[in-house]
Design a protein around this ligand. Structure first.
Ligand code: GLV
Ligand code: MN
Ligand code: MN
Length: 461
């Protein structure tokens, strides 16, 4: 039987000790920090609205900086607005073992998506130092990425892309719904639009990246499992679409003479859904944003703007779905007598996590007596962007009723603490606490040699 939340909280003592075996976070301190962060961006209409690059995201960054300072850690905000937390005496020459997630939320989102992984990263770094884990091969660095969701300035993975050197010309063009670009928001977010390129890390500096996250779906809860060891992360294509018809009087325009943009858009929404249902061409397909103009009850809509997205773990299926949607848009334009302008506004590639890191995470879960299973992620994560720089691993914990990107997003506190325990135990193992007989030494050697090869490649270039 699962222990209750309260008994699990009690089971975690305030002072973890450095001894052989798994490490544990300070459950009280960790949950207090997590609940404190959840106060920032509380939306009067429900949930949390802490949009990327907004004032709320900045306040959250400051909250985390204060916590880090109290723990004796050094903080730094890079030109893209990413928060980096290190030992006060961090060795700048060591390859970095990085871990964390994102600080921002969607509109009326939940308290755990992103925040959980960032607060756990800060707690894990604190525990590693408190317990005196020997740090020689890698420098541990916790990160809070800026604007992963792209809910305000519509460029998801903003911070991790900046770190991976993948902010391109499209990023410069990314704007909020009022047309305000990221560069206008950056100074208040602690960033610097003139030095954005300096946020990029060279290949080889990051030896490995770990991200702890809530699952955001129902799988672990339904299976009664404690931990998901993520094996792959979906790729996604986001489309911007404008359907144009003719704005006209709703009472006097005969039905056969209309060019109703919303009717065309409605057909298109159904077509998008059919990509993942009737056609089975991709795993999910969604229209989540629509703006109807002029949006008046007695006027035939003249223009509808919408965003659609499709996801899959297989690049070929994503590409095929993109082509299918393009031909569906042409069909809708013909039969609904509207113009449809469909363009891709963002693509992120599916990635596989590193098998060695998966093993380290699974070993950590087992050493803590937690059940686990390998599973794919249907949500996108900063880890899939950092995969361009370094091997990545992800740890999932169960979400209650699979709810996420909604005010009802939640997880048992016991599950949250267990996931953080897995993170700190896996980090300690990678930093050097592993037993030499296990595969761990090999994984550490692999990571070191990958880091060295990448550094050599860069120096040789
Ligand atoms: C990230 O939150 C996503 O939309 O998958
Ligand atoms: Mn999210
Ligand atoms: Mn997230």
């Amino acid at each position: 039987m699962r222990p209750t939340d309260a008994s699990l909280e009690d089971a975690h003592t305030a002072a973890p000790t450095f001894a052989a075996g798994p490490l544990r976070v300070d459950a009280d301190r960790f949950l207090t920090a997590l609940r404190g962060l959840a106060q920032i961006g509380c939306d009067p209409q429900g949930g949390i609205t802490r949009l990327g690059l907004s004032a709320e995201e900045s306040r959250a960054r400051e909250f985390l900086e204060d916590l880090a300072a109290k723990a004796g850690l050094a903080t730094d905000v890079d030109p893209a607005g990413n928060l980096l937390i290190r030992r006060a005496d961090a060795d700048p020459c060591l390859p970095v073992l990085m871990f964390g997630s994102h600080i921002d939320t969607v509109r009326q989102g939940g308290w755990l998506d992103g925040a959980y992984g960032v607060v756990a990263a800060l707690e894990a770094l604190t525990v590693l130092l408190e317990t005196g884990v020997t740090i020689d091969g890698f420098e541990p660095v916790a990160v809070g990425f800026a604007n992963e969701e792209g809910a305000l300035v519509q460029h998801p993975f903003w911070g991790s892309r900046a770190m991976a050197g993948l902010l391109d010309a499209d990023a410069e063009k990314a704007v909020d719904r009022a047309g305000r670009p990221a560069r206008d928001y950056l100074p208040a977010a602690g960033g610097d639009p003139e030095r954005l390129a300096e946020a990029a890390w060279p290949a080889g500096r990051i030896a490995a990246f770990l991200e702890l996250h809530i699952e955001q779906g129902p799988v672990l809860e339904r299976l009664g499992l404690d931990i998901g060891v993520v094996d792959g992360i979906v790729g996604r294509t986001i489309f911007a679409c404008e359907v144009s018809g003719e704005q006209q009087h709703a009472g006097t325009t005969p039905m056969r003479d209309r060019r109703d943009a919303l009717v065309g858009a409605a057909h298109l929404v159904a077509k998008v859904e059919s990509l993942a249902t009737a056609l089975g061409a991709c795993s999910t397909a969604t229209v989540g944003f629509m703006d109807v103009s002029p949006n008046t009850v007695n006027t035939i809509p003249g223009v509808v703007r919408l965003n659609a997205e499709i996801r899959d773990t297989d690049t070929t299926r994503i590409q095929r779905s993109e082509r299918l949607l393009a031909s569906m848009a042409e069909h809708v334009a013909r039969v609904s007598h509207v113009d449809v302008d469909l363009r891709v506004c963002d693509r992120s590639a599916p990635v596989l996590t590193d098998p060695g890191l998966r093993g380290v995470i699974a070993d950590a879960a087992e050493s803590l007596g937690l059940s686990w299973q390998a599973m794919p992620s249907g949500a996108g994560h900063d880890a899939q962007v950092i995969a361009a720089l370094a091997p990545v691993g992800m740890i999932f914990v169960p979400s209650k009723d699979g709810i996420s990107h909604a005010p009802g997003e939640d997880s048992d506190v016991g599950a949250l603490v267990a996931g953080a325990d897995v993170l700190v135990t896996a980090l300690a193992a990678l930093l050097g606490r592993g037993s030499p007989e296990s595969d761990l030494e090999k994984t550490r050697e692999d990571l070191a040699s990958i880091a060295c090869r990448r550094l050599e490649g860069r120096l040789g270039a």
